[in-house]
Each structure stands twice: as structure tokens, then as C-alpha cells.
Design a protein around this ligand. Structure first.
Ligand SMILES: *Cc1c(COP(=O)(O)O)cnc(C)c1O
Length: 419
């Protein structure tokens, strides 16, 4: 459920017509709904309410906008970060250091040091090598780093290959069969407090069974570690719950997910940690775009919009589907291809799709663009970095400025030896 609806024949974000926003900001522009974000944050928390001890760390990479993070901090969310930059955003947004989890296979020495100094709550170690390095850093600073060991459960999440992370051929975590001995060795190091295990098998998960299998395996590993006298007080079950991108798609709900977790992990006697991203931010945002022109095609007309793969990369990267809607639909539809202006054939949002009739100058939106949208934007083809807006009832604010090509050009220089 979201708050992007037609009112008087015109698409609104909450009570604000999208056309009123884009008149001032220009297009393309991302628009987020505060009410939708708040609702998703609460629905997800509520879905886990049967569990005795829960910590939720929002996956910052899905939408790192400062205003989004502030809203989630106010909802009591912590953060799952994958770089020092994301960590600093989470802290700047008001999240407590102890509520921050640091994930990622390539945390550098400098990043680990900064995170130990900041006193973040948990490092999700992706290798024994990383644990040894972190132990040295923490010990030299006279600190103790709380850690979970990320385990690769060798389970197929049955999602797109590029966002599948839990198979043995993926780079993430330590192999399941080696996890117990690595955990034992790391537990003996000064500077580390090994407190649990972490798992994250992928993103846009549409079937709960692989997650269930992974969690069952993690539960067995937890019991084996405890059987060896090792402490396991925290179990991080990652993120990954999918969202419907196509009207009518049926996906497991947060409540379905929470019931599955309660069934598998409710009796573990551990604090359960979660790292949701897309399920919180996905349909909290749309990308508003203007039709540049409609050009004739061999089979179908090409609707050329002013948004491109640099603004919304998911279709080009993951063959992802985003519903398209006219901001003022006439009620008539046509079959068309929707493309951006970038000089790549992958700059394609939809092929042979039944869409609202649009013509030059009309506004349209790509829906469910709040996750992995603006955060993946770049300036390819010397385009601007896309701005972001948040709506709250009948008011709205720019929450990220458009960064013009001129600003980016000004950061470059020609060495004098070239002239
Ligand atoms: C990307 C990621 C998440 C969030 O995934 P979503 O599909 O957005 O929920 C959580 N944890 C880790 C470790 C990740 O890499």
C-alpha cells in the first residue's frame, strides 16, 4: 500500500499533485512519501512483534537520503551500512552508533578503524582475515568490537543472479562448513567479542522457503557453537524481502515473513536482527519524468522520456520492471516502448508495454522507485544527478538538490603538461 493516488484525475503524492512539484524542481525527480515510509517501517516492526528481542537495522544502501534516514531513526530503526560513507550518513541522521551494523566484504583498514572509533554496535565479519585485522585495530585502540560472523549458507534465494548472495559461488560470508572453526578461533582473539552469526541470501525475495532453509541451517550452527561452549547471543537474519513491482504481483507480506521467522527462530533465545531495505523504501518513491517526444517505431512507438538509466539503473542492470503511469491519464492506452535519451540500447524502461497514452510534454512516473533508485544514480552522458523530494501531507521539500553537469565539470582539470 502506498500514498501515490489519482485525485481528480491527477496523480498525487499524498495531497500534493506531482505536477506541482516537478513544475518547481524540473524533471526527472524522485518523490518520496513520508506517510508511506512511516507505514512500512511500522508494518515491518509489527510483523516481528511476537519475537522477544528484535533489532532492526535499515539497509542504508537501498535509500541513503538523509531525510529518509532521519525518518527511520525517529521510528527507532538502526542502520545496516556497507561503507564509512554510509556509516557517517546514519550517524548524521541521528541513528545511535550502537544501533549500526557494518556489513560488506571489503571493509578497508581505514573504515574498520573509523567504525571502531565511532563505537558502532556490530561488525558483520565476512572472513577470518577481516576478523584478525579488526581484532588488531580494536586491541590497539583499547576497545572491543562486537561481531557476528557472516555465513554463506549455500542456499539459492531464487532471485535475479546479480542480487543473489547466499550460494557458495557468491563472494559473501564464510563457507558454512568452515564457520564453526572460524568462529571458535575468532572468539579467542583479544579485541573481539564474537556474539553471533549473520546471514543474507539475496534481495527481492519472492518465495520464503529458501530463507527458511537458510535460517534452519543457521539455527543448527548456532546450537553447535553453543554446544562447544561458545557464546551466541545475536542472530542477524539479513534483509531481502521483495516488493511487488507489477500491479497485481503477489509477494509474501511482512506478516508472512514474521510468522516464518517466529516459527523457525522464536525459540533460539537470541536477539534477532533484521536488515530490511527495499521492503521499507521500495514503493515509498516514484521517479517523475517528462515525455521528450514520441517517435515512430518499426513495431511500436518509442516514448522517449527525460529520465534515463543513469537516474534509475534497475531496468538496465537487473532487467527490472517498473510500472509506468501518466500523471494525468486520459483513460486511453497504447502499446509502446519507453526509453531514455542515453546512447545505449540498455537505456530501456519497457518494451511493447500497454501504457497510458502520453504525448510530448506529458508527465509520467515510474513506480516503486524508492529503493535502489536515486542511490544508484550517476552522471553518465554528462547528465545531472537527479534531485529528490519528500512529501508530507500537503507540503513537500527538496531533500537532495539536483547536481548540475557544470558542478561536476568544475571538479575536473586539465594538467598543464597537456597544453
Ligand atoms: C542489500 C542488503 C540488505 C538489504 O536488502 P533488501 O533486499 O533491500 O532488503 C541487507 N543486508 C545486507 C547484508 C545487504 O547486502
Amino acid at each position: 500500500m502506498d500514498h501515490f493516488e489519482l485525485k481528480n484525475g491527477e496523480l498525487h503524492a499524498e495531497d500534493v499533485p506531482l505536477a506541482a512539484i516537478s513544475r518547481e524542481t524540473g524533471t526527472p525527480v524522485y518523490v518520496y512519501s513520508r506517510a508511506t515510509l512511516t507505514r512500512h517501517a511500522r508494518v515491518f516492526r509489527e510483523a516481528l512483534s511476537a519475537l522477544p528481542s528484535v533489532h532492526i537495522a535499515f539497509a542504508v544502501k537501498s535509500n541513503p537520503n538523509l531525510a529518509v534516514l532521519r525518518l527511520l531513526a525517529r521510528e527507532g530503526y538502526g542502520a545496516d551500512v556497507v561503507s564509512e560513507g554510509e556509516m557517517n550518513r546514519a550517524l548524521a541522521a541521528g541513528m545511535k552508533a550502537e544501533d549500526v551494523v557494518f556489513s560488506g566484504v571489503g571493509k578497508t583498514h581505514a573504515e574498520l578503524t573509523a567504525a571502531v572509533k565511532a563505537g558502532i554496535g556490530q561488525f558483520n565479519l565476512e572472513s577470518e582475515e577481516e576478523g584478525i585485522e579488526l581484532a588488531e585495530i580494536a586491541a590497539s585502540l583499547g576497545k572491543t568490537a562486537s561481531c557476528a560472523l557472516r555465513v554463506n549458507p549455500d542456499v539459492d534465494a531464487k532471485t535475479h543472479a546479480k542480487i543473489s548472495t547466499g550460494k557458495s559461488e557468491n563472494k559473501f560470508g564464510v563457507p558454512y562448513d568452515l564457520a564453526a572453526e572460524i568462529y571458535a578461533r575468532l572468539s579467542a582473539l583479544p579485541g573481539l567479542e564474537m556474539r553471533g552469526l549473520a546471514v543474507h541470501i539475496g534481495s527481492q525475495i519472492s518465495d520464503l522457503e529458501p530463507s527458511r532453509q537458510a535460517f534452519l541451517k543457521m539455527g543448527e550452527l548456532m546450537k553447535a557453537l553453543r554446544g562447544q561452549g561458545l557464546s551466541v547471543t545475536h542472530m542477524d537474519l539479513g534483509g531481502g524481502l521483495g516488493v511487488p513491482y507489477k500491479a497485481g504481483d503477489q509477494l509474501p507480506t511482512p506478516a508472512d515473513y514474521g510468522a516464518m521467522v517466529a516459527e523457525v527462530a522464536g525459540g533460539w533465545g537470541a536477539t534477532l536482527m533484521f536488515e530490511p531495505g527495499r521492503v521499507i523504501t521500495g514503493n515509498s518513491g516514484v521517479l517523475v519524468t517528462e515525455v521528450v517526444r514520441v517517435k515512430q517505431g518499426a513495431n511500436h512507438p518509442w516514448v522517449v522520456v527525460d529520465a534515463a538509466m543513469n537516474d534509475l539503473a534497475r531496468p538496465a542492470m537487473y532487467d527490472a520492471w517498473h510500472d509506468f503511469m501518466a500523471v494525468k491519464p486520459s483513460g486511453e492506452t497504447m502499446t509502446a516502448n519507453i526509453v531514455g535519451p542515453i546512447c545505449e540500447s540498455s537505456d530501456t524502461f519497457a518494451m511493447a508495454r500497454e501504457i497510458d497514452v502520453v504525448k510530448k510534454g506529458d508527465l509520467g512516473v515510474f513506480r516503486t522507485a524508492g529503493a535502489y533508485g536515486a542511490t544508484m544514480a550517476n552522471t553518465y552522458n554528462s547528465r545531472a544527478l537527479v534531485p529528490e523530494v519528500m512529501v508530507d501531507g500537503d507540503k513537500w521539500s527538496l531533500v537532495a538538490n539536483r547536481i548540475d553537469p557544470a558542478t561536476i565539470l568544475a571538479a575536473e582539470q586539465v594538467p598543464e603538461w597537456l597544453d
